[in-house]
Structure formats: C-alpha cells, structure tokens
Design a protein around this ligand. Structure first.
Ligand SMILES: Nc1ncnc2c1ncn2[C@@H]1O[C@H](COP(=O)(O)OP(=O)(O)OP(=O)(O)O)[C@@H](O)[C@H]1O
Length: 428
C-alpha cells in the first residue's frame, strides 16, 4: 500500500532524510519513532506529497504520490499535522467539513466516487461523513463553537475529525496525542485501532514509546535521517538500539498489566561499573537490597540511577517490588508466591550478599518470613538500614526476626530514606 523507496530530502543546508526505505501493508498501524529532529515529520510530509524527495519516491496504491494532483493525493492520504494552530475563525463543523474539499467541484458539490449533493458541506454523503467523523472523535458537543475558542486538545481532535471526513485509505498522524489528556489519548488510539480494523492504513509519529509499543503493529525507528530499525515493537525496542537512537539508558521489559513491550528510560548514571561489573573508583558499587511488599521500588530506582549495580531479594513472586526490579533490569532472587525462603533462594541470596559491597535493609518487615533474609544478611560486608518509622515504635517483642534485625542494626548505619544514597556512597 505505501512504499517508501530510497527517499532523500535536503531542506536548506540539512540532509534531513538519507536513503529511507520502508514498506507498509494495507490495514496496518505503523508507529514512526525516533529522537527529535530524526526526520519523522519530514517523512510524513513526503508520504502525503507535500514535499517532493530530491531522490527516491513514495508510492501510495501504485502511484508516486508526488505525481498526483493535490486533490487526488488528498483523496488517498489525510494528515493530522503536529502544529494544530488555526487562526481563522470558522466553527468546528466547518473545519471538519473542509475534509470534504478533495471531493468537491468548484461549485461545492461532491465529485468522483462520492455521490454529489447540494448542501454547503459537499453533498448528503459529505454531511453524513462529517457528522460521523465528529461523533467518533467526540467533538460534536462543540460543533458550533469557533475553532479559535476550543482548547489545544479539543483542536487536535477536530483536526483528526477533519482527516476522517477526508475518507482516505491512508491516514498520517503527527504526534496525534501530544496535547491530549490521558483519557483522550487512550480513546484516540482505540479509535485508530478501530479504523485500522476497518482497513485503513495508519502511520503515526509518536514520541511515547510505550503507547507506540502498545498500539502499533509495527514500528519504524528513524535516527538522524535514516531507518535504524523496523519490525514489531519488541524487535525495534531493544536496549542497545534505544541507546544508539536516543543516547540514553533504557530498560526494556514487559508491562505487568498489558503485556506490551515497556521501556523505562533511566537517568544517566552518575557513577558506573565497568563492563565486568567490577567497581570503578567513582563511588559506585554492588548493592544488595532486602525489603519488599511495595515499599522499596523508589529506593531501587534511586540506587540504580545513581550507578550502583543493584540486586534485590529474596522476594516472593507477585511482590510489586519484584516487578519494579525486573523493569529496572536488576538482578533478583525470587521465591514462589507466599512460600517460605527455600534452600535454593537462600544460597542465591547469600552469594549476592557476599558479592555486594553494601547490603541495604530497606524498611524490612520484622517477621518470621524475613528470618532467612536477615540470617543471610549476617554475611554482609557492610550494612545500611533504612527506616521510615523509628525502630522503637515497632512491635517486635524479642522475636527471632527482631533479634537478628537488632544485631544488624547495631553493626550498620541507620538512615532515613532520604539519606540512603549518601550512606551507600560512604559504604562502597
Ligand atoms: N524547512 C526546513 N529547513 C531546514 N531544516 C529543516 C526544515 N524543516 C525541518 N528541518 C530540520 O530537519 C530535521 C528533521 O525535522 P523533522 O521535523 O522531520 O524531525 P522530527 O523527527 O519530526 O522531529 P520532532 O520529534 O522534534 O518533531 C530537523 O533537524 C529540522 O531542524
């Protein structure tokens, strides 16, 4: 349906696209992803025929789009631009009805495949299409208001309605959800999925990699004017590829709820380990964290972002902290759900603790379930104890766990969560 054949485009002094090729089948939703300035908008503008490539061509339904008249091109490809500012004072219904222009004669009635009509919106069919487009994008409620008097997000939906009214087999969207609230983001993408199910081919530039991964059939990753990767979201969103494209550290996992490929960008490490995991002399080190029950996610993130090589456990499967740790790409020691710590997990956690420069007890629950963890922690080279609540407040009553906790606490450094990073930095 769309073939992008070796397209190169120079704008001013910039070689913006350099030999881009891609093939997009009918009825697919393809996400165009990549860093700012990669050339996504430019590629969309070459695909709708607004820009003619310096070399190469874009073929839509067997015709080079640049060779078609602008009306003919507009009957094949509709576009929702990134910049949705409109200065003229038309009401919303009229703006949406402009989508019918490619089907109108000079006298305002519809031409070509669409039945002609005589009303101001380009015929009966045109009116139906306009009303349906407004319904689907939920703009009917303010159809009579001026386009200059709607919010940025509403305007974005009006322009989507205009593109739907254009009734084309191909729809191009440039950052379609950039100004939308979370509810309308999801509704817009669900609508796009419906359109795709009806047979439309959609290409959308999308900055949010997780939305792109969740909704798109395929991704095309552009970087510096070239295709760096294309394929399914899982194929494209690989950690190494993301680093190359975006120059940032990211962890790729599966979203625990949706099952989609999920990217978590991490701040650049302020410190790091070398390729062998050995400590560099930069304040980073190996840190093992004991704690769970949903209380340590933030600490895991902070330690990881600070450049430490972090492991965590033993945690039971199903613990949300375990999910977080996996999202962050940390080493984990896990046990079956609700099961006591068995010999295998015990051996694994002891090894992690022995290898660690610091073991952090992160607001550990002082109960029977943690006795094995606390025993393992006795092997630690150095201990930092994070306490959100003062130890004295807890009802530990001299239990087995409390005896172990107290002794670790006595040999370690006790800090509040806010002071964890500096305590760990002192200890490594
Ligand atoms: N008319 C122009 N003249 C010169 N350079 C241009 C022109 N239009 C765009 N560029 C440059 O081309 C490059 C690609 O721009 P484009 O808008 O296609 O990127 P993009 O991937 O859509 O970026 P973003 O994610 O920021 O929207 C940028 O470096 C931009 O500055």
């Amino acid at each position: 349906m769309i073939r992008i054949e070796d397209v190169s485009i120079t704008l001013g002094e910039n070689e913006v696209l350099d030999g881009v090729s891609a093939s997009i089948d009918e009825g697919r939703f393809v996400g165009l992803v990549g860093p700012n300035g990669a050339g996504k908008t430019t590629l969309l503008r070459a695909t709708n025929g607004v820009l003619s490539p310096d070399s190469g061509r874009v073929v839509v339904d067997d015709d080079a789009i640049a060779d078609l008249s602008s009306k003919a091109a507009s009957r094949r490809v509709a576009t929702v631009p990134q910049d949705t500012s409109l200065s003229f004072d038309f009401d919303v219904r009229n703006v949406v009805a402009m989508g019918r222009n490619p089907y109108r004669t000079r006298f305002g009635s519809e031409i070509g495949a669409k039945p002609a009509g005589s009303d101001g919106f380009g015929g009966e069919r045109g009116t139906d299409v306009v009303e349906r487009a407004m319904d689907r994008t939920e703009v009917s409620a303010f159809a009579d208001r001026s386009i200059t008097e709607v919010s940025g997000g509403e305007r974005q939906r009006v322009l989507l309605a205009r593109a739907l009214a254009q009734d084309t087999p191909v729809l191009l969207l440039d950052e379609p959800t950039a100004s939308l609230d979370i509810n309308h983001q999801v509704r817009t993408f669900e609508l796009v999925r419906e359109l795709v199910a009806d047979g439309k081919t959609v290409v959308a530039a999308i900055h949010d990699l997780n939305l792109a991964a969740h909704y798109c059939d395929e991704l095309l990753l552009l970087a510096d004017g070239s295709v760096l990767a294309d394929g399914t979201p899982t194929e494209v969103l690989a950690e190494e590829t993301l680093r190359e494209a975006f120059d940032t550290r990211a962890v790729v996992s599966r979203h625990p709820v949706t099952g989609s490929t999920y990217v978590t960008a991490l701040p650049e490490r302020t410190a790091g380990t070398d390729g062998n995991g050995d400590r560099e002399d930069d304040g980073s080190g190996r840190v093992h964290v004991i704690g769970g029950g949903g209380t340590v996610s933030r600490l895991l993130y902070l330690l990881s972002a600070a450049g430490h090589e972090v492991s965590v456990g033993v945690l039971n499967e199903g613990d949300s902290d375990l999910e977080t740790a996996r999202h962050l790409g940390l080493e984990t020691v896990a046990e079956e759900p609700f099961a006591p710590i068995g010999p295998e997990a015990r051996t694994a956690v002891e090894r992690r603790i022995r290898e660690a420069d610091v073991t952090v007890l992160a607001d550990v629950e002082i109960g029977t379930g943690n006795v094995a963890n606390l025993d393992a922690a006795a092997e630690a080279e150095s201990v930092v104890v994070v306490e959100e609540r003062p130890f004295e407040d807890r009802n530990y009553a001299g239990s087995e766990a409390a005896v172990r906790y107290r002794s670790l606490r006595e040999r370690g450094t006790v800090v509040s969560p806010d002071d964890l990073l500096s305590a760990v930095a002192d200890a490594v």
